[in-house]
Design a protein around this ligand. Structure first.
Ligand code: ATP
Length: 752
């Protein structure tokens, strides 16, 4: 039977911040003190609440009220008002000020704040500005509570309510009730599936126009996560019908409606109809146009090839290195052309050539900017060349939009990068949206040099930039093929080249760097990986566990990243007295754990405790160790490899994951002294030559592969390369052949 009652919250025994499930002790006049359970995300001690629910008898805790709905009632005691005012929820009000307010207004303080706030000016220490802030944070908090109460029955967590509130303010509940699919566009983190769940609870019909359109956009966005910039209309139709469970005619109509509203672009190509999300279509066309423009730009002060050649040849004497013919050609073209791609496998002298290019430019008095797609790759570029290098994002002066949800770049066509030459390393990791942003900020006349290895895995984001550029044959490309003697001593490097040619690697040679240890089951493989990392490699090679990185192609499965992280954590960083832990939904973060930051966060503050240096920016792929956990403040501290110490609030822990083991995809652009790679039965797209090649080229000094040889052989022969639907190459050819250069102003509408 349903019960409706009123009471005061005396204690919160448990509150799950993610789903709002709360166990509270509530005093009611009718039933005395009760244990109340259910979704009450916004409830605090001292709150007056109205509850409706049913009695349940818990086998251990006895009779409890299990609620379906609850609402807040006005506060009716001075202590309740005081605890609210001093709770930290109101900007600028501490305990002393809260006491002064309650002394003056008693239990009517909240009512006065809402109805006649100017009376607060009578209180010492409250001026107009402070009062405005106080009123704003109180009203927003009240509104947010209201939103949480109204939306949590639809499975929307407090964290999402906060985001929804940011997007729609007081209209939040109305927008969600009228069109939950609007959330997919306006609220980061709410995708089609979540909106669909909410809509179902609100009884929105499965063939509503909003549902169909958002379902199609979602399908295209998902395909972009697979790397595609477009889908053929038939493929898109099949995928969307599968998702939406409606007739295909309705999906096709939806696609054309989206084209009319410019959310998608449809491009007819022979027997194909390609459907792009507009951002990708714009990014590919504009990038192709900008690349051709840049390549064909007539510079006023051009360095002739023969002068560049002279400079590079002379530099060989001062640098005491004789470059190969390919290297000389590459370096000379880089200095004399507008745009050059320099590609080669490991040990083919890319970095050496890069250093010559930089010195050559410097000799000509030119300003060079160096950059790479990730923080780790930029750091490596900087170490290898002795010059400072930044991430591409940093070079483009990344910032956040006013709502802090979208990333914007301050460097663009109006405010281009101030450099005579821009050199980008690890270009294979750059996706088409980042390429577009970079090219917008390169002014005609600036030389652009792309350096990378075309055989590495493609970018995580959509597009196939390096491959498309090289295969289009429209941009000057120099291929470095010779493996230098120094490098040829390494079986890691020799094997990488062999694998690329479909040959088995050279393994287990005495005193070399590439080892293979045969294991047959995943359990044995995982056990050996743990033993190697925790005991054998540190003991035999005197390696610190910090120098060893486990890479695994998959997340799931016994020898996958997730399980290995649990096993390695237990082996090398078990719980001991004095070590603090923070328990999350599926993981335990412990002092001493190796972790990776997994999102570019340009505003994250850091401090180097040794040098006293301070700054901002922690990047996707940065690896560090948890050095302190403070449960009372809900804070966790990580020291990164380069000495940066960073504070994380517990609400920010979605930005980090364990990194005793990481995926091969996540390791792109990074190098480690020692890599341990388990290989096992995997889906064909992961059991591929590209994955193997990328993984082994991450190891600088030592590589150990553990697993079944038949899988090693299968990986070497599997040339499966996910075929990405991209059109940068075709567009480059078209612009080059037809001389069409887009002049339209696309604005800065590409969101990142
Ligand atoms: N012209 C050369 N003559 C002799 N040795 C060279 C020459 N160029 C490069 N090397 C040597 O070959 C090795 C690999 O060169 P480098 O590091 O420049 O290659 P890379 O392509 O950047 O390799 P990786 O991608 O593995 O870092 C180094 O030991 C380097 O000193």
């Amino acid at each position: 039977m349903s019960i409706i009652t009123k009471g005061k919250v005396l204690d919160i025994i448990f509150q799950n911040q993610e789903n709002g499930y709360t166990i509270a002790v509530v005093y009611t006049d009718e039933h005395g003190t009760l244990t109340v359970t259910g979704c009450m995300p916004s409830v605090q001690v001292q709150d007056n609440v109205q509850l409706s629910g049913a009695w349940k008898v818990h086998e251990v805790y006895g009779k409890q009220l299990n609620i379906d709905t609850f609402s807040h009632l006005p506060m009716d005691s001075e202590s309740g008002v005081f605890s609210y005012l001093s709770s930290g929820a109101l900007e600028g009000i501490g305990e002393a000020m809260a006491k002064r307010i309650v002394d003056k207004f008693g239990k009517s303080a909240i009512e006065i704040l809402e109805k006649t706030p100017d009376r607060y000016l009578e209180i010492e220490g409250i001026g107009k500005k402070k009062l405005d802030k106080l009123v704003k944070s109180h009203m927003e908090g009240r509104e947010l509570k209201n939103i949480i109460v109204n939306l949590s029955p639809y499975g929307i967590t407090p964290a999402y309510c906060m985001k929804i509130f940011k997007a729609y303010k007081e209209k939040s509940v109305k927008v969600v009730m009228e069109n939950p699919y609007a959330l997919c566009q306006d609220v980061k983190g709410i995708g089609f599936k979540k909106a669909d769940e909410i809509a179902k609870k609100l009884n929105v019909g499965i063939d509503s126009k909003e549902r169909i359109e958002q379902g199609i956009l979602y399908t295209l966005q998902e395909s972009a996560y697979e790397g595609h910039t477009y889908l053929d209309i038939k493929d898109l139709g099949l995928r969307a019908v599968d998702l939406l469970d409606i007739e295909s005619e309705k999906v096709v109509r939806g696609i054309y409606d989206l084209a009319v509203s410019s959310d998608v672009v449809i491009e007819e190509k022979e027997d194909e109809k390609r459907v792009y999300l507009t951002v990708y279509s714009v990014a590919e066309s504009r990038s192709a146009s900008n690349l051709i423009k840049l390549a064909s730009y007539e510079k006023e002060e051009k360095t002739p090839y023969k002068d560049a050649l002279n400079i590079i040849e002379n530099l060989q004497n001062t640098e005491h290195i004789k470059l190969s013919k390919e290297q000389i050609e590459g370096a000379s073209h880089a200095i004399s052309s507008n745009l050059l791609v320099l590609t080669g496998g490991p040990g083919t002298g890319k970095t050496t050539t890069l250093s010559f290019i930089i010195k050559g430019f410097e000799e000509l008095g030119k300003k060079v900017a160096l950059c790479a797609p990730t923080g780790r790759a930029a750091k490596r570029m900087s170490e290898a060349t002795g010059k400072s290098a930044s991430t591409i994002h940093r070079l483009l002066e990344v910032g956040y939009s006013d709502d802090e949800e979208a990333v914007i770049f301050n460097k663009n066509e109006d405010e281009p990068i101030k450099a005579d030459a821009v050199i980008v390393d690890e270009i294979s990791m750059v996706d088409v949206l980042l390429l577009d942003s970079l090219l917008k900020a390169i002014k005609p006349g600036t030389t652009l040099v792309f350096v990378g290895d075309k055989d590495q895995l493609p970018s995580v984001g959509a597009g196939s930039v390096l491959r498309d550029i090289i295969e289009s044959d429209t941009i000057k490309t120099i291929r470095l093929t010779e493996v230098f003697r120094q490098a040829a001593k390494s079986n890691i490097i020799v094997s990488a080249h062999r694998i690329n040619h479909g040959e088995m690697p050279i393994i287990n040679k005495k005193d070399n760097d590439f080892f293979f240890m045969e294991r047959y089951s995943q359990r044995e493989t995982a056990d050996l990986v743990v033993e190697l990392v925790s005991k054998r490699l540190p003991e035999y090679y005197n390696l610190s566990p910090k120098d060893i990185q486990v890479l695994s192609p998959m997340r799931k499965s016994e020898a996958g990243v997730n399980n290995l992280n649990t096993l390695i954590q237990e082996a090398i960083n078990p719980l001991e007295s004095g070590k603090r832990e923070h328990k999350g939904l599926n993981r335990i973060l412990r002092t001493g754990d190796k972790v990776m930051h997994i999102k570019n966060n340009y505003e994250k503050q850091w401090k180097n405790e040794d040098t006293g240096e301070e700054g901002e920016g922690i990047f996707n792929g940065d690896i560090g160790y948890i050095d302190f956990i403070e449960p009372n403040d809900k804070k966790l501290y990580i020291s990164f490899d380069d000495g940066k110490r960073v504070e994380y609030d517990f609400t920010e822990l979605d930005q980090i994951e364990h990194a005793f083991a990481t995926t091969v995809h996540k390791s792109q652009g990074s190098e480690f002294p020692c890599v341990v790679l388990p290989i096992y039965a995997m889906p064909p797209m992961l059991m591929s030559r590209k994955i193997l090649y990328t993984a082994i080229t991450r190891a600088k000094k030592l590589l150990v592969i553990v697993g079944n040889k038949k899988y090693l052989s299968a990986m070497v022969s599997n040339i499966y390369e996910e075929k990405r639907n991209t059109s940068l190459g075709e567009k480059l050819k078209m612009f080059k052949d037809q001389g069409i250069i887009l002049e339209e102003d696309y604005g800065n509408s590409v969101p990142f």
